[in-house]
Design a protein around this ligand. Structure first.
Ligand code: CMP
Length: 143
């Protein structure tokens, strides 16, 4: 089953949005298979955002994502990568539609509440960067 990596960024944690965000993905019907509140080490942030190295906002990006705790998650379900991106809304909250997470709660592109993998390849890379295999669970929904 497809898996994706989602992360409530430091602004989302500070603003008390973990529950709201988890709830949206639960109600949609996706399955939470891993989660942890953590402070990201700079070395991990640099790996996570490696593709943005050299861009004008790179230093700000690394410094912001390591500025406070994040809530890292792995979600599972059919087409979860693309559907989660739709539920998150456009990267820049000014372009994100109402009803999406960034459309409802975000204002600036740097502090845009949530990160989500953009492809199968990045999902695999990001999941293994943040989670050990034994930190993920397998279970069947019974209700
Ligand atoms: P994210 O999905 O975490 O992946 C890369 C992040 O870079 C993105 O969300 C934005 O928060 C951030 N980002 C993209 N463009 C800019 C920008 N112009 N200025 C600051 N941050 C940006």
């Amino acid at each position: 089953m497809e898996k994706t990596f989602l992360m409530v960024k430091p602004d989302g944690v500070q603003r008390g949005l973990i529950g709201e965000i988890v709830s949206r993905f639960e109600r949609k019907g996706f399955q939470l298979v891993g989660a942890k509140l953590m402070q990201i080490p700079t070395s991990v942030a640099e790996q996570h955002y490696g593709e943005h190295k050299g861009k004008p906002f790179y230093d700000e990006l690394v410094s912001f994502i390591t500025s406070g705790p994040v809530f890292a998650m792995v979600w599972q379900g059919e087409n979860v990568i693309a559907t989660a991106r739709q539920m998150m809304g456009a990267t820049n909250p000014k372009d994100a539609l109402p009803g999406t997470i960034r459309g409802d709660y975000g204002v600036t592109v740097g502090k845009n509440i949530i990160h989500g993998s953009d492809s199968l390849e990045s999902a695999k890379r990001e999941i293994s960067l943040f989670f050990k295999e034994e930190e993920l669970v397998e279970y069947t929904r019974t209700v």
